[in-house]
Structure formats: C-alpha cells, structure tokens
Design a binder for this molecule. Structure first.
Ligand SMILES: Nc1ncnc2c1ncn2[C@@H]1O[C@H](COP(=O)(O)OP(=O)(O)O)[C@@H](O)[C@H]1O
Ligand SMILES: [Mg+2]
Length: 309
C-alpha cells in the first residue's frame, strides 16, 4: 500500500534520507521507528506530498508522489506531529469545518461528524471548546479530523508522544478499530517499546538509513542477535570449546537452524582481531566469518532507553 524506492532527501548539503526503501502492506499497522532527527518526519512529508524527494520515488496505492499528488492526498489521512493553535471552536464545529473543507455535502456532515466522534470517544465533548480538551483528547480529535474524507491510509507522526499511559491505550484501541475497518496505518515514534504492542510490522530508521524492517517478532529476534559473529572453522567443535572458555567471550553457541557457530565478545571494539588470535593460538583455522550489524543494536539501545524528543 505504501512503498518507497531508494528515496533520498537532501536539505542544502545535509543528507536527511539516504536511499530508504520501505514497504507497508495493506492492512498493516506499521511502526516507523527511529531516534530524533533520523528522518521520520521528512519521509512522512514526502509520503503526504508536502515535500518532494531529491531522488528516488514513493508510491501510495500505486500512485507516485512525483506526479500524482492529488490522487495521493485523497487517499491519505495525515496527522502531523505538532498541531497549530486551535481556533476558538467547539469540537463539533471544528469537525464540521473540515468536513466542509473536504467538500462533504451539508446534509451529510452531521452524520459523518457524529460517527467520527463516536469512533474517537469524543461524543461527550462535542460542545466543549477544542482548547479545553486534554492532550489525549486533542490527539483523538486530530485523528477524527484526519478521517473526515474516509481515507484508505492513515499516516500519523508521533501520535503517542506526550500521552499518558491511559491515553496511549485509548489510542491503541482506536487504531485497532480502524485496522478492522480496513485502513492501512503508518505511525512514527522514537520509542520501540511504545509501538511494539500496537504494530504488526516495523521499520527502524537511523540517520537517514533504514537498518531493519519486518514483523515485530523478526525485529526483536534480530536485535537479540545483533553483534553476533558467525563463523566456520576447520574444527568447529574445538573452536566452540576454546571460545566457550575464553575470558573475552560474552557468549557462544551453534545456531539451531543453520548449524553455524556464533560468538559475541564482551568488548565489541576489537572482536575480529581477537577472534583470529584466540583461535590461531590453538591452531584452529578460520574459513568463513560474518557479522550482524552492530548499529542495529545501537539503534535499539537508544530506542529502548526512551530517548527524549
Ligand atoms: N527544512 C529543513 N532544513 C534543514 N534540515 C532539516 C529540515 N528538516 C529536517 N532537517 C534535518 O533533517 C534531519 C531529519 O529530520 P526529521 O525528518 O524531522 O527527523 P525525525 O522526524 O526522525 O526526528 C534532522 O537532522 C533535521 O535537523
Ligand atoms: Mg519528527
């Protein structure tokens, strides 16, 4: 439903996006995760056609952000990361205003607004001034506004930021309901743990590069392997013995699926050199060596530490 192909964006001489390729399937609740400054909002602005890419392409339901902007705008409901100051309007008036702006017939507006208020649990606040709402309620109103034209795709930039745990649970319930209605949802966050209960798939972006994409289970699994070195030697059994007893080794074992030997070192800085020395000293020869990306682990550490925005 959403696809980016080698998308890049340069601001002046700063590369904010360095060739990212994402894939959001129809019906996904997709978590777009990365620390502050990673390029999430830039990507989202390109997808919502507010910003043109420098190179590469992005598609929403097969429509290109380069030359089918109007079609894409009709398909997408967008909630930006920061709202402007709310006008002096009631909740009801506010949604009527946007319904009119989207060209919904006058006779249909009240029914539409009532439905949106019900969906976002705001019916009891319809006559309240928008300014008087709590942060969580304003966020839900923003969501209602993004749904006025019944878009297929919802793109929400940091919708859970600044919400208390209860408001977050409420947001999650609404997103589930929208998923059940057949919407595809992309939402961003700088905290993986904040999204892992809501999303079925995630993409992790760091410094303008997508370092991982997959189901939540796959990503957590890969994270637990990050920093592993896999290797083959001319005597794996002996190598495992040597590594298992070495003080510099964090953990070692044999991968159940592939049968390949793996090892992690306590200090990842000089692991490869050390590995060669340790095995070489015992006369075991290396035949093959591969390393998982450590940057994924770094990304995860930052994310799970709940980096402040
Ligand atoms: N209009 C702009 N001009 C120059 N640099 C920008 C602009 N917008 C964003 N950036 C830079 O691009 C990088 C990515 O920003 P952004 O997409 O907002 O990241 P995120 O939403 O993940 O926090 C950041 O380093 C940011 O400072
Ligand atoms: Mg942002």
């Amino acid at each position: 439903m959403i696809r980016t192909n080698n998308l890049s964006k340069t601001y002046g001489d700063f590369d904010a996006l360095r060739g990212i390729s994402l894939h959001v399937q129809e019906g996904d609740i997709y978590g777009f995760i990365g620390p502050n400054g990673a390029g999430k909002t830039t990507t989202i602005k390109i997808l919502t056609t507010l910003l043109e890419p420098t190179t590469g392409d992005a598609f929403v339901d097969g429509k290109s952000v380069w030359d089918q902007k109007d079609a894409i705008r009709g398909l997408i409901g967008y909630m930006p990361d920061a709202f402007g100051v709310y006008p002096d309007m009631t909740v009801n008036e506010y949604l009527h205003f946007f319904a009119a702006a989207y060209g919904i017939a006058r006779s249909e507006r009240q029914g539409l607004v009532d439905g949106l208020l019900e969906l976002t649990d705001l019916s009891f606040k319809e006559d309240a001034l928008v300014d008087s709402l709590s942060k969580g309620m304003q966020q839900r109103l923003g969501l209602a506004r993004a749904l006025v034209h019944d878009p297929k795709v919802l793109i929400l930039d940091e919708p859970a930021a600044g919400l208390d745990p209860r408001a977050r649970v409420e947001l999650r319930e609404i997103l589930r309901e929208l998923q059940n209605m057949g919407k595809t949802i992309l939402l961003s966050s700088h905290i993986l743990s904040e999204l892992q209960d809501i999303c079925n798939r995630v993409g992790i972006i760091e410094r303008g590069v997508v370092v991982a994409e997959g189901s939540v289970e796959e990503i957590l699994d890969r994270l637990s392997h990050a920093g592993r070195i896999t290797l083959r030697t001319d005597d794996d059994e002996r190598a495992l013995q040597i590594l298992g007893g070495h003080e510099a080794v964090g953990s070692s074992g044999v991968d159940e699926e592939s049968g390949v030997l793996w090892v992690t070192f306590r200090d990842p800085e000089d692991d490869l050199a050390l590995l060669g020395r340790v095995l070489g000293a015992e006369g075991v020869g290396l035949r093959f060596l591969d390393r998982d990306r450590v940057s994924l682990e770094e990304a995860f550490m930052k994310l799970t530490q709940g980096l402040v925005q």
